[in-house]
Design a protein around this ligand. Structure first.
Ligand SMILES: [Zn+2]
Length: 103
């Protein structure tokens, strides 16, 4: 790994440590394969799931390559752990898969 990259990762990790409100996930566009990091806010993006308890997040995302839209629905329990997730127009990938593109 190059030094610049390593620094970048370190900074990113530190940023996140100061971002308790942030929820991060990674997706790949179903059209062109572009990978995206998505940040959602616990305070502003999560809704109480009155039916099942916990929280629900609906996120509309657009990649910067082919501009196709993806829609994700993610459910969380009361401790903000993911209990289920669905996506249209793309797929969820891991953070590692996301990084592979850059590294
Ligand atoms: Zn795309």
């Amino acid at each position: 790994m190059k030094l610049r990259e390593r620094l970048h990762r370190l900074l990113e990790r530190r940023e996140r440590a100061h971002d308790p409100d942030g929820i991060y996930f990674y997706v790949r566009c179903g059209q062109c394969g572009q990978r995206l990091q998505i940040r959602a806010s616990r305070r502003f993006d999560l809704m109480r799931d009155l039916e099942r308890g916990g929280y629900m997040l609906r996120k509309e995302m657009m990649d910067g390559t082919c501009f196709s839209l993806m829609y994700a629905t993610i459910r969380f329990d009361d401790a903000y752990r993911v209990v289920s997730r669905e996506i249209e127009g793309g797929e969820f990938i891991t953070e590692e898969e996301f990084r592979r593109q850059v590294g």
